[in-house]
Design a binder for this molecule. Structure first.
Ligand SMILES: C[S@@+](CC[C@H](N)C(=O)[O-])C[C@H]1O[C@@H](n2cnc3c(N)ncnc32)[C@H](O)[C@@H]1O
Length: 244
């Protein structure tokens, strides 16, 4: 199912299936936050409900189930390599790829990015504060954005961007179990040209689409969960109304 908006398109379906139907060299950048399949060393811990894996014990807010989060390490890396190579085909030469990861999946994601054909150019740190405290160990209060380029990078402006961004999670604005702050996504979009078309094959509650709309860019989003697809489309429609 495909939903068209003034500023972009949302496909409700499986990312790999939708990507395979997209024309080559048709987007200016990829910015996405896939399911991490993280959360533990052993199968039982990984296969726990994402709501238990990614929320503090005692959290009372509930969200629709997040799909596709139960892969083991090898299948996660192979699957991520598959969709990243499709993203590479769909991206224009010089396009940037920005893919969220947590500390545990970072090595798998940097391998998958390179396996998918992208030239790995660095890691951006998202200091989200309030992350899980660890008795006698380092607090896990950061996530990462693996950054790569298709071929030769073309600078779109002459600003030097930071490598660390501090944006707290605003629980009141979350519509998804793992919603990212819109302001953070807007900052990341600075590596893309004005008016760019941004592909997010794991759209969730629609954060990337909202950031694109607020920065004069277009979006192509894909989301497997019907509930999240409806939520994302609702958010986009509401934003369109306020922009009129
Ligand atoms: C980490 S969340 C993205 C959250 C998003 N960044 C936001 O701020 O709302 C990943 C999303 O990918 C979706 N997903 C999982 N497997 C998928 C697949 N094969 N194709 C498309 N979407 C998928 C999940 O349902 C989930 O909503």
């Amino acid at each position: 199912m495909r939903h068209e908006f003034k500023h972009g398109i949302v496909h409700c379906g499986d990312a790999l299936a939708v990507l395979r139907e997209m024309p080559g060299e048709s987007v200016d950048a990829v910015l996405t936050d896939p399911p991490y399949s993280s959360g533990g060393l052993h199968m039982a811990a990984r296969q726990a409900d994402p709501a238990d894996k990614y929320q503090h014990t005692g959290a009372i807010r509930t969200y629709p189930p997040m799909l596709g989060d139960l892969k083991d390490q090898r299948s996660f890396t192979m699957w991520a390599t598959l969709w990243l190579s499709e993203c590479w085909r769909v991206a224009k030469p010089g396009a940037a790829a920005m893919v969220f990861s947590d500390w545990r999946q970072l090595p798998a994601m940097t391998d998958a990015l390179q396996g998918g054909g992208w030239a790995w150019r660095g890691i951006v740190v998202w200091h989200k504060s309030g992350g899980r405290p660890m008795l006698g160990e380092f607090r896990r209060d950061a996530e990462y954005v693996v950054y790569g380029v298709k071929g030769k990078r073309r600078a779109t402006h002459r600003r030097c961007l930071p490598g660390v961004y501090r944006y707290p999670i605003n629980a009141g604005r979350k519509v998804h179990l793992t919603s990212k702050p819109v302001e953070l996504i807007k900052e990341l979009l600075y590596v893309t040209p004005d008016g760019a078309t941004i592909l997010d094959p794991f759209l969730g509650g629609g954060t990337t689409a909202l950031a694109c709309m607020q920065t004069g860019r277009r979006f192509v989003g894909v989301e497997l969960s019907e509930e999240y697809c409806d939520l994302a489309c609702g958010q986009i429609r509401a934003a369109e109304t306020t922009m009129r």
